[in-house]
Design a protein around this ligand. Sequence first.
Ligand code: SAM
Length: 277
Amino acid sequence: MAGSKHKSVRLSTGVSHRARKRFGQNFLHDQSIIDRIIKSVNPKAEDHLLEIGPGQGALTSQLASVGAQLDCIELDRDLVDHLSNEYQQQDHVCIHQQDILKVDLQQIAESGGNKKLRIIGNLPYNISTPVLFHLLKNHSLIKDMVFMLQLEVVQRMSAGVGDKNYGRLGIMLQYYCEVEHLFNVPSTAFTPQPKVNSAIVRLTPHEKPPIQAKDVECLQTVIRTAFNQRRKTLRNSMKTLLSAEQLSSLSLDSKLRPENLSLADFVLIADSISSQG
Ligand code: SAM
């Protein structure tokens, strides 16, 4: 994501830092966007906040200023040293040098007395989907999440039935969460400027899931199989997973294509397969 023409920045540790492409580093500099993100999060002193990829701290200072417990997970050692230096006087802020994909969310939640986590991040776009799925493994520990992501990804996350962006990512996220596309962010808000536009999305895990599959892995297989063959009708794409008789017993139109099926329809198919044993 990081572009090629960008200057280095002198960090508080004296180290000169240049945005690293391999870490998906595009730093936010537009104060009006930063303020809008913080307003969307609306952090409170009693919250337990978790920031992913704080970078040079664009969002961190306003998050820290509310006085809540704030854990920050950053992979880049130079930035970790800089942030640890900046926040050394603030005991409620803890900077972890770690890969978010390896973080034990349970442990972080326990350190805050098992309060549900409020997660914020301008995510490294190259790993955004694995990060979302890693966090959702622990959806019951999360109160809400506000993320900056590539606009195209946010459109897929929030797409409903019939939408051209409707697919696997959106359906699986909507299984666990309410998904809200809040606003778009132009590439000019970052240094270096990415080649894509971005958007802010809020994910709120359902307190009580509106619909529950007997076996989530089976649901994932059904959705993956259906969308791998997007142009095929249900009757054709589901052949490897269930028989024509089984499918017709489900009162679904087997001539439909995956983009016409709701989450409830996919759960119906998955549950029929799971109950076969
Ligand atoms: N929050 C900052 C901002 O808005 O300016 C930085 C955002 S930048 C798009 C993404 C940040 O995530 C970088 O600081 C990068 O070093 C960090 N990062 C990349 N991969 C990571 C990983 N696997 N775990 C934790 N942080 C990571």
